[in-house]
Design a protein around this ligand. Structure first.
Ligand code: IPM
Ligand code: MG
Length: 362
């Protein structure tokens, strides 16, 4: 198979974790005889420095041409005082929109080898295995009107949470389809006791449920869900929710996995005429400026994102399984970075990348 992949390392540790993820991708392609074409583009703070824009047009073109995009992370403290529309993060929001990747899959697994890294009691976390499906193209992140206006005591910030029936139905279907391939349980998360968007959300999800009689649907309020994720994570299989709820709850999910550095993500849009799914793959973590450039970051979230790319964009399930098995093997061998609190000396980011590659080759 021919794989054409765009990499957008971005800022901070994005650069170093993407380097290891690319190494893993190259190793898989060599082993399974696929031909890999890599292009690299600019996104985030590095793009602002070089072009004045967080999401230059050239990057949009490259992303639309590639079969799939692998991203590192965006953001840097030097932009903290900049207005939202100029910040590196705006580049990320723009590429999600341009690619039309509306379903963000964030799997959370409590790996056996990492149970002690979670600050939660082992018996709570053990066996947790869930996927958060976060709506990624709508809601309060993109709604208009928005802005800050007026002055003095009357100065006002405004954001709008908005969803159409079509936006809700398409992401709900992704949730149902995933649940069907797993333990056949879908939890739809909302705040329908307060918000109209959530009331429509619940109604549309109930309608879509009729297409999936084999999947058990429950509705859960977002505040209760935040609590249940910590109290009893095993009760969840697939969860589907609007954009901002998903942003918040997926960071909470990171606690179950032991470290946010572990979490991969896949953002999926429509199927291209060539048969591949449009996909943007990125670790859930941010650019971590405090440890950037020190080769300390955990690359496993980025490497897990490569596995997701192989599976979802290219349908290469065997190759994806090989990457996931290698991740599990390095965890079991205790070959991990400092965030996972190993018993011995922590490995560097590149050593972990190398260890994963070794296991794929063997
Ligand atoms: C995430 C991040 C982004 C988001 C930021 C960097 C814009 O927190 O991917 O979860 O809020 O979507
Ligand atoms: Mg987030």
């Amino acid at each position: 198979m021919n794989l054409h992949v765009l990499t957008l390392p971005g800022d901070g540790i994005g650069v170093e974790v993407t380097r290891q993820a690319v190494r893993v991708l190259e190793t898989v392609c060599r082993k399974f005889h696929h031909s890999l074409r890599l292009t690299e583009g600019l996104l985030g703070g590095v793009a602002i420095h070089q072009t004045g824009e967080p999401f230059p047009e050239q990057t949009a073109r490259l992303a639309l041409e590639a079969d799939a995009t692998l991203m590192g992370a965006v953001g840097a403290p030097e932009f903290d005082d900049w207005p939202p529309e100029k910040r590196p993060e705006r580049g990320l929001l723009a590429i999600r929109k341009v690619l039309g990747v509306y379903a963000n899959l964030r799997p959370v697994r409590a790996y056996k080898a990492l149970l002690d890294s979670s600050p939660l009691k082992n018996d709570r976390v053990e066996g947790a295995d869930l996927i958060i499906v976060r709506e990624l193209n709508g809601g309060i992140y993109y709604g208009t009107p928005r802005g800050i206006s007026g002055s003095g005591d009357e100065e006002r910030g405004l954001n709008t949470m908005t969803y159409t029936r079509a936006e809700i139905a398409r992401v709900a279907r992704v949730g149902f389809h995933l649940a069907r391939q797993r333990r056949k349980k879908l939890a739809s998360v909302d705040k329908s006791n307060v918000l109209e968007t959530s009331q429509l959300w619940r109604r549309v999800v109930n309608e879509v449920a009729a297409e999936f009689p084999d999947v058990t649907l429950e509705h859960i309020l977002v505040d209760n869900c935040a609590m249940q994720l910590i109290l009893n994570p095993r009760r969840f299989d697939v969860l589907v929710m609007e954009n901002m709820f998903g942003d918040i709850l997926s960071d909470e999910g990171a606690v179950l996995a032991g470290s946010i550095g572990m979490l991969p993500s896949a953002s999926l849009g429509e199927k291209k005429p060539s048969g591949v799914w449009v996909g943007l793959y990125e670790p859930v973590h941010g650019s971590a400026p405090d440890i950037a450039g020190q080769d300390k970051a955990n690359p496993l979230g980025a490497i897990g994102s490569v596995a997701a790319m192989l599976e979802y964009s290219f349908g290469l399930t065997q190759e994806a399984a090989a990457v996931n098995a290698a991740i599990e093997a390095v965890l079991d061998a205790g070959l991990v970075t400092a965030d996972l609190k190993p018993k011995g000396t922590p490995l560097t980011c590149s050593q972990v990348g190398e260890a994963v590659c070794d296991r794929i080759q063997s």
